[in-house]
Write a protein that binds this ligand. Structure first.
Ligand SMILES: CC(C)(COP(=O)(O)OP(=O)(O)OC[C@H]1O[C@@H](n2cnc3c(N)ncnc32)[C@H](O)[C@@H]1OP(=O)(O)O)[C@@H](O)C(=O)NCCC(=O)NCCS
Length: 178
């Protein structure tokens, strides 16, 4: 694989990030999210989300992209510092472009994201939510030392009733950078 570099995202990355986000949700959530949502509204919604996040970033937000030479961003991670008194900072999104998974890009993004939180003096812990149906994503997080600490019904996205999400927690950001 070509060496990747990880850097902070800028507003110029918004559409590429939205495109990877959209492509990945269509791929991994084909059996979870409403097909009409995945076929249509998701594109505009993701574009608006990322343009807004990267043009008006909240002080707590860090977005990093993995650049591949000649290809530009092939993955991204978005974190929010100190979002929960018990579970700490939040990893809101982590995505590697289809076709490039399994090449350590996700691991590098997680490490860099954890370091970015330490750089802004976030507390020790970090957590995220993953669909229970996303077993590959869950195995990846467990491989990096995360533990499932909570199981809840999904209520925000267009998913069938009885769709569950899992909270994955790391108690030590510093260990995640190792
Ligand atoms: C989940 C995702 C970010 C992981 O990134 P990746 O670049 O594919 O994963 P990596 O190559 O960095 O894997 C890191 C480690 O996790 C392990 N791993 C990755 N996927 C795994 C799986 N499905 N089962 C078991 N182990 C897995 C790797 O073997 C590797 O272990 P190693 O360090 O011993 O070699 C990526 O696959 C992805 O974008 N998936 C689709 C989107 C998604 O599910 N995002 C998370 C939503 S919450």
């Amino acid at each position: 694989m070509e060496p990747i570099t990880i850097r902070s995202a800028t507003a110029a990355d918004a559409l590429r990030i939205a495109s990877i986000h959209c492509e990945n949700w269509r791929d991994i959530y084909a059996d979870v999210l409403d097909p009409d949502y995945l076929a249509g509204p998701i594109e505009q919604e993701r574009r608006e989300l990322w343009l807004d996040r990267l043009t008006n970033p909240s002080p707590a937000q860090s977005v990093l992209v993995a650049d591949m030479p000649g290809a530009g961003p092939v993955g991204f991670i978005c974190l929010y510092r100190d979002q929960d008194p018990r579970w700490g900072s939040l990893i809101d999104n982590l995505h590697v472009a289809p076709g490039l998974r399994g090449q350590a890009i996700g691991k590098h993004l997680m490490r860099a994201g954890a370091q970015a939180m330490l750089d802004v003096e976030a507390g020790a812990g970090v957590h995220l939510w993953v669909f229970e149906a996303n077993t590959a994503g869950l195995r990846f997080y467990e491989r990096l030392g995360g533990s499932v600490v909570e199981r809840c019904l999904e209520t925000e996205l267009p998913a069938p009733p009885e769709t569950y999400i899992l909270r994955v927690f790391w108690s030590d950001l510093a260990a995640l950078t190792a």
